[in-house]
Design a protein around this ligand. Structure first.
Ligand code: HEC
Ligand code: HEC
Length: 312
């Protein structure tokens, strides 16, 4: 086990207030006639210093685990593009061209102006588990990495209207089925339709030299207990139009699973241990009370184990 993983969870406590208070935004409107924003192609990549920044930012987004600077802030086995398909461009897979123009945004719910800078740092903190990374946390505000990543996002949104919730932004939401969800049904779906790529134990697949082939979904190399994806509703929305890869299609809004199946398999995926919530309050009950008042299994008993132990 790497030394960084032995840090007690309490040492990971998030000290940056703005990062503890990330919130979900309202859903984007439906596209009219299935037409989404026409993002630029690779042949439109600019030249010069700005072009360099865009390329570096795109590389950091797609191959985060390989990018020399970005990888220092990754404490698990994830790339940004694992959850933002099409290299961050696919509609209904939380595309960066949809995100760019809605920040900075004041949110009454967390009572401050949310900037893109802080949104990206939040993704490092939770989805990429930056607390267990070589750098020990997310990139510093105004660092070259954040400039590059924002250059990529800005470029991807060229010509898009500012301040508008564009069709295709974010993930689609999938309403909770009337009879709730079943973790055991989810297990059968997972084994039949997901395990072939993500492995039976959720650990994904990596080459011998550590290159990711399929991302891990739970365990020490997955997103942590504070990430948006640990919410059963959020992951169900992602899974419904994005997975199984090659069968669902976010841009065509084509699903391979029913709403019920998406909720069931999302619940199964999120009924396993993963790295601790960086907003750890000292024990599971207090952390649950302060941060987990939503559809998730943190501090819930599943298969005889109370979840939220973390993997450190
Ligand atoms: C494990 C899956 C996952 C990974 C990995 C991930 N994200 Fe996200 N991201 C999400 C989810 C889910 C949301 C939706 C908001 C929420 O509930 O957190 C989101 C939202 C965002 C948003 C806001 C989108 C909007 O329209 O408001 C941005 C920007 C973003 N992510 C950037 C990144 C960057 C940059 C990285 C890599 C450093 C990254 N994400 C890695 C799952 C992920
Ligand atoms: C054919 C292989 C394949 C199958 C089958 C598959 N996935 Fe995936 N999955 C992927 C790949 C590849 C990615 C990353 C996509 C990218 O980087 O563009 C991914 C990403 C994800 C993510 C993003 C979260 C993360 O932490 O990286 C989730 C959640 C997920 N898959 C769940 C599922 C579920 C649930 C099923 C079964 C219903 C499933 N997948 C079936 C290949 C697959």
């Amino acid at each position: 086990m790497a030394a960084a993983l032995l840090i007690p969870a309490s040492a990971l406590a998030q000290d940056d207030e703005t990062l503890t208070k990330q919130v979900e935004l309202e859903e984007a409107p439906e596209a009219k006639g299935e037409s989404y924003f026409d993002y630029p192609g690779m042949d439109e990549l600019p030249e010069g210093e700005f072009g360099e920044a865009v390329r570096s930012g795109m590389e950091a987004f797609v191959n985060t685990l390989q990018h020399p600077e970005a990888k220092r802030h990754v404490g698990n086995g994830q790339n940004c593009a694992n959850c933002h398909l099409g290299g961050g461009m696919a509609a209904n897979s939380s595309p960066m061209w949809g995100a760019w123009g809605i920040y900075p945004k004041y949110r009454g719910k967390n009572d401050h102006v949310n900037t893109m800078d802080e949104r990206i740092r939040g993704c490092f903190t939770y989805s990429m588990n930056a607390g267990a990374s070589e750098a020990g946390g997310p990139p510093k505000p105004d660092s070259q990495l954040l400039k590059d990543m924002q250059s990529f996002m800005f470029w991807s949104a060229r010509g898009a209207p500012l301040g508008e919730n564009l069709p295709g932004r974010g993930y689609r939401s999938v309403e909770k089925p009337e009879d709730g969800y079943s973790i055991s049904r989810g297990k059968s779906i997972y084994e039949a339709q997901c395990a072939v790529c993500h492995s039976g134990d959720g650990s994904g697949k990596f080459t011998a030299d550590g290159k990711q082939i399929f991302p891990p979904l739970w365990g020490e190399k997955a997103y942590n207990w504070g990430a948006g994806m640990h919410r059963i509703n959020t992951a169900a929305g992602f899974i419904k139009y994005n997975m199984p890869l090659g069968k669902a299609n976010p841009v065509k809004k084509h699903a391979a699973l029913s709403d019920q199946e998406a909720w069931d398999v999302s619940a199964y995926m999120n009924s396993h241990e993963r790295p601790q919530d960086p907003r750890w309050e000292g024990d599971k009950a207090s952390t649950a009370e302060k941060w987990h008042d939503h559809a998730c299994l943190y501090n819930q008993e599943v298969r005889g184990h109370t979840l939220g132990e973390g993997t450190q």
